[in-house]
Design a protein around this ligand. Sequence first.
Ligand SMILES: CC(C)(COP(=O)(O)OP(=O)(O)OC[C@H]1O[C@@H](n2cnc3c(N)ncnc32)[C@H](O)[C@@H]1OP(=O)(O)O)[C@@H](O)C(=O)NCCC(=O)NCCS
Length: 188
Amino acid sequence: MRPVELESPLLRLDQPVLTDAESMYEFCQDPLFERFLTVPWPYNLSDAETFIERYIPGAWKADREYTWALRAPGRPELLGVIGLRLPSGSIGFWLGSPHRGNGYIAEALRMVADWAFAEGIVDAIHWECLIGNRASARVARKTGFTFTGQGPSLAPYRDGSHPLSWQGWLKASDERATKDGWPAEVTG
Ligand SMILES: CC(C)(COP(=O)(O)OP(=O)(O)OC[C@H]1O[C@@H](n2cnc3c(N)ncnc32)[C@H](O)[C@@H]1OP(=O)(O)O)[C@@H](O)C(=O)NCCC(=O)NCCS
């Protein structure tokens, strides 16, 4: 499919462009990314350039993964990235550290879920994070995901292992209200 843009009063989701590479590279130096994400580590400027120029357009075209840049409407700055993998319906996301604490990822998750469900692309979105990634889990919880337990990650980690992860689903038919059943470490 050709890339799709999504917009709400808070956010615009559009395509990462080469002028985003420098900020992407800087944001990806965050030690949280080494710990919680599967991005290359160490992360080089060329990793951002390859991701933007080759990986993202190729994955849209092959319907393998739909990736968006998060921006404030009318502003060019990159705030973060969100991606929906197919056919699993797995969601991945990150924000540059200066842009956290504004509810951007919860909004982006809602926008991607609304679009993917309305278009019939998936009927459920799968979320997982390494155990202890409370910020990620709280975002999933507040956007209405149901906690389904913990188990080996579906996606391989950087070293090929499948570490224990918290996992959840958001189904197209789900109410978006916060669900019970999340671990105390997330709710506390
Ligand atoms: C996950 C991430 C996108 C969340 O974005 P954010 O802007 O911090 O989200 P929020 O401000 O809505 O914070 C989510 C919640 O987690 C809490 N939180 C944030 N950082 C935290 C931390 N380091 N430890 C514990 N709790 C944290 C916040 O207080 C907030 O709680 P609330 O729901 O009661 O308000 C962001 O933290 C990030 O980019 N992390 C690194 C990349 C990553 O882990 N991505 C997810 C991989 S599965």
